[in-house]
Design a binder for this molecule. Sequence first.
Ligand SMILES: [Zn+2]
Length: 461
Amino acid sequence: MIETGKLQRAAQAAAKQRCINAACGASFDLHARLYVCPNCGDLLDVAVRTTADEDPEGLRTVWTSRLASFDPRDRSGVWRYRELLPFAADTHIVTLSEGNTPIYDAPVSAAYCELDALTLKHQGCNPTGSFKDTGMTTAVTQAVILGARTVVCASTGNTAASLAAYAARAELQCAILVPRGQVSHAKLAQSLDYGAAVLELDGNFDDAMRVIRELAEDEEIYLVNSINPFRIEGQKTVAVELLHQRNWRVPDHVVVPGGNLGNSSALGKGFKELKDLRLIDRLPRLSVVQAEGAAPFATLFGSESDMLRPIERPQTLATAIKIGAPVSWKKALQAVLETGGRALSVSEQEIADAKAIIGRDGVGCEPASATTVAGIKRLVASGDIGSETDVVAVLTGHILKDSDYAIDYHLNQLYTIDSATSRTKEDRHLASTYSNPPARVKATKDAILEGLLRHQSEHRD
Ligand SMILES: [Zn+2]
C-alpha cells in the first residue's frame, strides 16, 4: 500500500458536511446521519480540504505508482485517489474494483459530429455496467461506518442494480422500493441476482418517496438516494481518473448526459478540486445534454428564470435519464456556469442515431449515454464547439442494460412513447437511419459469401 499520509489525514480531519445554500451556510459533522440540511432543506455536499500545500507532482507520482499495486484500495479507480475522499486511512472499504474505465478514441463518432477527434470515457464498463458504481462504493462504505444494517433506494434502474451489488459485498440488507408496475426488467434482473429485497408498493412514485422518508428515521436504515453527498464524493473521482489517463492534459470540453444531474455535479466538483490542488491549471467546459421530453435543466438554462420547473410526465426511451425533477440541478448549474458550458436537449431520433454511430466505433452504450454524441453534433453545428476542439463524451451505461432498444432500432421497429398526445403509431416511429438488421441465408457457402457481399455494399458509407 502506497500512502501520501499527510494529505489524506488532513482531508479527513478537515472534512465536513456543508449546506450548498450560501445564505444558510450551515455545516455539520462528517458522520452526522443527514440527507438534507436540517436548517433550510437544501442539499448538502462534503467539503474536503483541497488547498493543500502538498506538492501536486508528489500526488501524481503516488497515484501512478498505485497502478502497479495489487492492494484492493489501489486496484479501485475510486479509492486509488483516496487523498481526495473524506474517509480515514484505515477505513474498511466496500469495493468491486470500480472505476478503471477505459477512454477510447472514436473516429466514426468524431466524423459524425464533424470533429477532428473525439474521446469516449466509458463509465458503462464499471462492475454493474453503469457509472453509479463509483458513487456506490463510497456511499455503502459510509453506511457501514454509520452502523446501518439495511440500505434503501427507490429505483429499479442503474442505482438499484449498483446498490444491490455493493450491499451484497458489505453483507447489508438491501431494499429496493418501486411503485407496482414500474419495474424495468433488464436492471431488475441484476438486483434480484444480487439478493436485494425488491418491494413493489401500491401507489405512485410520490408514495414511494414518502415511505422512504419515514423509513430513513430508523437508525439502522441508511438511505442511498441521489442526494446522498457521499455518492458524489466517489463519482467525482471520474474527473481525476480521466485526467490521470490523459497524463493531466485538460480537455477543452467534457459532455455528459443529464438526468438527476448528480453526475455533472460530481464531475464539476472533481475538476474544481483538481484545480485547487494545482494538478490542473484550467477547468474544461462542462456541458449537459438531456432528452427533449425530459429536459427541465436545458429549459432552465435557456431561460431567464433561476428556478428549475419540474416536468410532470417526462417522456423518453432513454429511461436512465427519464427524470422530471432532477434533485442535483443547483450543483450542476453552478458547474456548467462556472466552466462556460452549455445545457441542451436532443430528440429521440438524434439519440437513436447517435447510439448506432457510437456502436460503429465498437463501443456499446445504453440510449441515455448517446445524448452526448447527439449533443456534441449539435454544438459543432451551431459553432459552440470548433472542429479542432479536444472533446470528451462521458458514456454512463453499458449497451446490455437495454438490449431491446438496440434490437428494435436495427429491426426498424423503434417507437417513442407519448401518453400525453394521441399521435399515431406511424408518427411515433423512429427512423433506423443506421440500421444493421440480421439477414436470413441458406446454409451454403455461396449463400453466405453472397450475404457478406450484400452486407458490405449496404453498409459502405
Ligand atoms: Zn441549509
